[in-house]
Ligand binder design. Structure first.
Ligand code: WTA
Length: 635
């Protein structure tokens, strides 16, 4: 391993090399930042003008119906007009849009020209099958190029997509289909994960039985495993794409700036996931701008965001922002350590990746195998790196910086959420870095750490992280539940009109933000966002369980692990067998990402007098800590 890195200034700060600063889009953060918050509308209008609009907006920002904010009202665009159509008129047309590698080592590439052809064909298929503007189309797929083609085809015809992460299982998929009233499901027979085919279509079949809104299911053949195909409901992707309905010419729907582009479900404090709504106009502007300035994208770059397209990170920074910027995207289907822990480093070398973006959990996972796996590869193409999803501990940060980035690639630790659409607190390539801090707000944003009354707390004190302004990429509402949107994000600091993030954080004397973690009943496990209530309702759906409480406990690899306490029904008793069965049950209902690491059995749970489980007390008990204020405990 390389010698221990000391910060290059010796004061804990890491400064970028001159070459990084020289080529950066933004060389002076402070002055543009000041400008962007003083003239917020002008700042965003200027960025929006760089995109293509069928019709220019009348108003940049509309706050007449707080907190239901709108952006670029009266404007007409479509994310596809910027992500694909515009590039066909320039040299970007023949540039690679997607480089894809399957886990078994198969490979496919698409130029922007080819991507347009495939997207247009599939858009025509969707239309011929009866999909319209206004539909919400559910997509449940592995990491294959067709997931991107399906998403882009939905956008092209003005239908919203609702992508459900391919690692989710039956109940998670079924409730998302039901909530969105989807008539269309696009899936695959499976994908490859650690050398084995997954069985997505089987899970989809069971989900369609539970949620009967689906009329048409289109399945990509990826693994060749046998599938059940129901007459008049199930169609193969390749059959439809081979028919005359799949014409390669399809006009892009001229959507309103505020028309929904997608719904993405995320975990909240109740069992029911929230379908956050993002729009064509503001989302395009926000993701394109953040991507360009933070990852300093240039035409010759090859960009790799090693997330799954099924999460917001994938939506914004695998699919939309890179395509709007005309970048080349790397997409890899499988596990980072298959067949060996050098798979990612091999991909970086093989394809000459310049900018690489992943999660702290992945870094910690690969760090365990030691530096020798990375040292086997020439990683000199890398220029910038990124981190997202959870706080990155300084140890993992330094390993990433030294071993992967060879002490020359600044790490963009980007803090944001499904709700925010894009980066909110993040360095730029020119920002002096402190390992473990997401640094400072992106242009146009003002953030604060406040107490329960909304007063800013002194530097170094923990408090609630809020955003004091609005921004174009913000989610507009929760599908079908606007009251919950108000309640969850805007009610707490109604007077000040602050957006409540749900995170606790500290700000230091230099104005750098240090994220501590969620302070609601949401946890981040390996960077995946899960609600206590979702895990609890999965457990309670098992015949042996009458009540359950799930909490996150700190873990050095995964950030958090799930600890569940359950009360059994009469006639059932605790055993290792039952524990395993309950874990499997959670796998089958939500997915393996939600599997509890521990299950303990009890006769009673600590509750408030109004009957709310006091998860805080359970957590303190599990960690052997002081249980704190128990005055509301009903025992
Ligand atoms: C956490 C993921 C620390 C945070 C894009 C947030 C982070 C939640 C970071 C949103 C970061 C995300 N440092 N924590 N750089 N990025 N988080 O919706 O707790 O899956 O509230 O969006 O992830 O998770 P979500």
């Amino acid at each position: 391993m390389s010698k221990k890195t000391k910060s290059n200034a010796g004061n804990g700060m890491y400064y970028p090399e001159e070459s990084v600063v020289k080529r950066a889009h933004i060389k002076d953060y402070d002055s543009l930042y000041k400008e962007s918050i003083t003239n917020r509308e002008e700042f965003w209008a200027k960025e929006a003008e760089k995109l293509f609009w069928y019709k220019k907006w009348d108003k940049v920002m509309d706050d007449s119906k707080r907190p239901f904010f709108k952006w670029f009202t009266g404007g007409k665009t479509n994310v596809i007009a910027n992500a694909i159509d515009r590039h066909l008129e320039s040299e970007t047309k023949n540039k690679l849009a997607i480089i894809w590698e399957g886990e078994p080592g198969d490979k496919r590439t698409f130029s922007y020209f080819a991507l347009n052809r495939e997207v247009s064909k599939f858009a025509n298929v969707l239309k011929a099958m009866g999909a319209n503007k206004g539909d919400i189309i559910t997509i449940y797929m592995p990491q294959i190029p067709e997931i991107l083609i399906a998403m882009l085809a939905c956008a092209k015809i003005g239908a919203a997509h609702s992508v459900v992460y391919g690692g989710f299982s039956v109940e998670a998929l079924a409730e998302r289909i039901a909530d969105a009233h989807s008539r269309f499901l696009i899936t695959a027979d499976g994908g490859f994960r650690r050398g084995k085919p997954t069985n997505l279509k089987k899970i989809a079949d069971e989900a369609m039985r539970r949620s009967p809104t689906i009329d048409i299911c289109i399945t990509v053949k990826r693994t060749g495993e046998e599938c059940y195909m129901e007459n008049d409901r199930d169609f193969w992707w390749h059959d439809l794409m081979g028919m005359p309905i799949a014409s390669p010419v399809c006009p892009t729907e001229k959507t309103d700036a505020e028309d929904p582009l997608f719904i993405l479900y995320t975990s909240g404090t109740t069992g029911k996931p929230k379908g956050l709504v993002h729009t064509h106009g503001g989302y395009s502007v926000y993701t394109a701008t953040t991507f360009k300035y933070v990852f300093d994208i240039k035409p010759a770059d090859r960009w790799w965001c090693a997330a799954d397209p099924g999460w917001i990170t994938g939506h914004s920074y695998i699919v939309y922002a890179p395509l709007i910027n005309g970048a080349t995207i790397m997409l890899y289907e499988g596990a980072p350590n298959h067949p060996y822990p050098n798979r990612w480093w091999q991909i970086i070398e093989k394809y000459g990746i310049n900018i690489f973006y992943t999660s702290p959990t992945a870094i910690r996972g690969l760090m365990r195998y030691g530096a020798s796996w990375a040292d086997k590869h020439d990683l000199s193409s890398l220029r910038l790196m990124g981190s997202v999803g959870e706080p990155i501990n300084p140890e993992a940060w330094k390993w990433y910086y030294e071993v992967i980035g060879k002490n020359r690639c600044p790490i963009m630790d980007t803090w944001w959420q499904t709700e925010t659409g894009g980066f909110m607190i993040t360095p730029l390539p020119v920002t002096p870095l402190k390992p473990g801090s997401a640094t400072k707000p992106f242009f146009g944003n003002e953030v604060a750490v406040v107490d329960d009354s909304g007063k800013e707390v002194p530097a170094g004190t923990e408090g609630n992280l809020v955003i004091k302004n609005i921004w174009p990429g913000m989610a507009r509402t929760i599908l079908g539940d606007p009251d919950r949107y108000v309640e969850k994000y805007w009610k707490r600091y109604e007077e000040q009109c602050y957006y409540l993030t749900g995170d606790s954080a500290k700000m230091d004397e230099d104005g750098y933000v240090w994220i501590i973690g969620r302070n609601d009943d949401v946890m981040k496990v390996s960077g995946y966002r899960l609600g206590s209530a979702e895990i609890e309702s999965a457990l309670v759906s098992h015949p042996a369980v009458t009540e359950a409480a799930a909490i996150g406990l700190p873990d050095s690899l995964k950030g958090n692990i799930i600890h569940a306490t359950v009360i059994l029904k009469d006639g059932f008793s605790a055993s290792d067998e039952l524990t395993n069965e309950l874990k499997k049950h959670v796998d089958n209902e939500i997915g393996p990402i939600a599997r509890p690491a521990f299950i303990v059995y009890t006769d009673s749970l600590p509750k408030t007098r109004s009957g709310k489980i006091m998860r805080r007390v359970l957590k303190a008990r599990a960690l052997g800590q002081d249980e704190g204020d128990l005055s509301t405990l009903d025992e």
